[in-house]
Design a protein around this ligand. Sequence first.
Ligand SMILES: [Zn+2]
Length: 487
Amino acid sequence: MTLKPKALLAAIMFTAIAGLDADPIQADVPDIELPDIGDSTGTLMTPQQEMELGAAFYRNLHAQMEINSDLEVTDYIQSLGSKLTANSDTPAQPFTFFVVNQQVINAFAGPGGYIGVNSGLILLSEEESELASVLAHEISHVTQRHLFQTFQAASRMAIPSALAMLGAALIGAKGGGDAAMAAMMAAKGASQQYQIDFTRDNEVEADRVGMQIMSKSEFNPRSMPAFFERMQQSTRFAGNRIPEFLLTHPVTVARISDTRDRSEHFAYKQYPDSMAYQIIRVKLRVITAPSPRNALDYFLTMHNRGTGQQQDVMAYGTALAQSKLGQTEKAKATFQRLVQTYPHQSQFMNALAGTEMDAKNFHKAAELYELALQRFPDNQAMTLNYVRALLNTQQAAKARQLLHGFLKHHPPTPDVYELMAETYSKLGMEGESHRYYAEGYYLLGQTKSALLQLQLAKRVAGNNFYLNSVIDERMEHWRSQEMAKKE
Ligand SMILES: [Zn+2]
């Protein structure tokens, strides 16, 4: 297979940004070394380039689908994923795990260790080990370099088409699939239908390696064949289409029975679910339900099933829905009881303060978040919620301080930049405000809107030398990426 250096160069220009840098004000555009094309080891991209392609892939996904921005959900999926990758063959390799709000049953791995899992798949899982089995399988596709062939194909075309192809292939948007992705494919002029053909050997290897990772990470390897089988059976119900996951990772009866045989070699023991898993599933149900009323009806039919702890988690879901429906006192009573019973479970404390936000009692909410953060000082979700409460109580200076502290320790997200922009606007610093809106749009894959915000920032930046130089640097960088995309 021959590689065209020019297309690859475009790929590098397009992605030449440390996408996860904690503070882009100081971020230098990295020096890009030209890759060895077709060298003796067959290396197509340096790890740095692969990370950059991954970051671009992730930004583009934001433009195409609803990536879950709830920090309790992302925190959970990232910590579950990290538990597994710590026991992979390449524990130092960085991975980013995220949840897509989509009922379609799917999970996918992109370049640079970006692994997405749909809310529908999480809700279909009945044990934490089942969810872990899908993540372990995807992790193994990455660590075993199964995506390599895709990169080879991608490097032969212009990078936007390559990204469109990667996006479409990885999330399984083939005929009748995701309409947005199909539209994107058309818009980018990708004339052919592409899909990743993980070979049968790839799949078997991902199962095998995945089960080893699961066992080392204290998850039940037997849950892998069980979950795959349930996914397959779910298609037998009238009207259900085949889960996308089974289209992108074809599961056959023979493969399930092979996997089951292999899983029997691991010693049998009990694998209790973490409470965080149960809580996050319930929270996802509220987030993705058609309406809070719909979620409430579901929990009311479930409330007296399962163990005492499971019933408490259902009560949490009920109260989340009640809070959204304005039934503040009922919700508060439940959360207060849960906070007392489970003082180490941060989600209950966060939810209690959240009822005050839902009821627009922002002063009370700010007080509660401040207290909560004393107990859980590093909690990301609480920190940003506290910022929201501060912005609603004219305490923008304090909000700014918290946000800058947050960005020192955590990768930026579109939400953080939006809060930053709101904060600076309230402080009367409109140039900085537009500049942070620009960063937010950029992470959302909307570079044109980002550039527009930079122009607005430029208009009010006056003789602020520091701000002007940041704006100029970002403008030049993003414009060159846009140019590379057009090429
Ligand atoms: Zn697979």
